[in-house]
Ligand binder design. Sequence first.
Ligand code: GDD
Ligand code: MN
Length: 376
Amino acid sequence: MLKDKIRPKEKSFPKARAGAPLRLGVIIPTFKEAPNVLPLLAKLETALSGVTWQAIFVDDDSPDGTASVVKAVAATDPRVICLHRIGRRGLAGAVIEGAMASAAPYVAVIDGDMQHDEALLPKMLALLEADEADLVVGSRYLGGEGSDASALGARREAGSRLANWLGNRVLKAHVTDPMSGFFMIRRELVEAVAPTLATAGFKVLFDILSSQKTPPRYVELPYEFKARLHGDSKLDNGVVVQYLGLLLARFSGDLISPRFIMFGLVGASGVIVHLAILRSLLEMGFSAAQTTAALGAMTWNFALNNAITYRDKRKRGFAFLVAYAKFALLCSVPLAANVAVATLVYEGGPSWWVAGVAGAVVAAVWNYVTTSRAVW
Ligand code: GDD
Ligand code: MN
């Protein structure tokens, strides 16, 4: 039968093992890191001599051709792999997919811009292989010699410390750098929690830590966070706000998704915009001012949700306009439901503001559920 000819006989594979078993998968998320690919690989090769390793670059279709640079190397070196993702953005999701693609027992995550210290990798691996830890984290804040986050810049450093402090409140543990993008972990631990991890944002280690059932045994090692040589940081204010959403979601015991929290926060800011516009235009008559305010708030909400809540699926150009039209259409539906629910609650009697909030919550849920399906 033809089928039998095509299918390799199970017993005949593998014919001979091609060398030592894989010990380490190095996951490198990249966005616009083309000039850094070759120097980073050279550094890895030096640091990991004597270890059977692979490098998995996870590139979100960088416009600078990072993926082609990786594939050019991969064409002659099977240790190097390029996961080339199309139509998606997000550091956390890239890290998770890279780790899931590896068959190595341990996976390391390291930035593609050489700001982390690859020379620490053998020590991390030794700790994991000796079963002294499930997770080893490179920390910028461990004091000690060399560990220093000043390459982040003063404002970023303060922000990063605050994020760490908040993070530790959720983790109920003391990790000096829970936002670190540099760590090594038993692959199984990532696989165990992968379905619950948030794919947006930068906080993958924090997320892995906060979603483990039993706290992993971790060790932190200090390293010096180096300055970037090529390209720019992709951590902007949107990433920071996204992190707040993730924290709140974890505080709620995961009852509420990070996206819904972001959507709610954006909606709350929209109420302020609405009131501000209404107040300043009152002279043109209430209903005209109210209509303008509603349109203004809707536009504000759409732009912010597109930039933050759905930044991994952000619409640009013509698609932005189409999405805006859909958003406006969907969000005008619950106006009626909002009023109906509010009136019902109001007549039942607790107080005017409970009624108002009840109406707003119903509208928010409707807007979230429908726009998440139809707009982004
Ligand atoms: N695939 C993919 N998709 N990669 C991304 C994306 C994305 O959307 N955004 C950023 N990256 C890659 C970058 O190319 C880089 O290799 C790495 O992720 C980190 O991004 P940077 O933009 O260099 O981050 P940073 O140096 O400002 O941030 C540092 O602090 C963060 C928070 O404490 C890093 O150490 C991060 O790892 C850390 O999470
Ligand atoms: Mn960086």
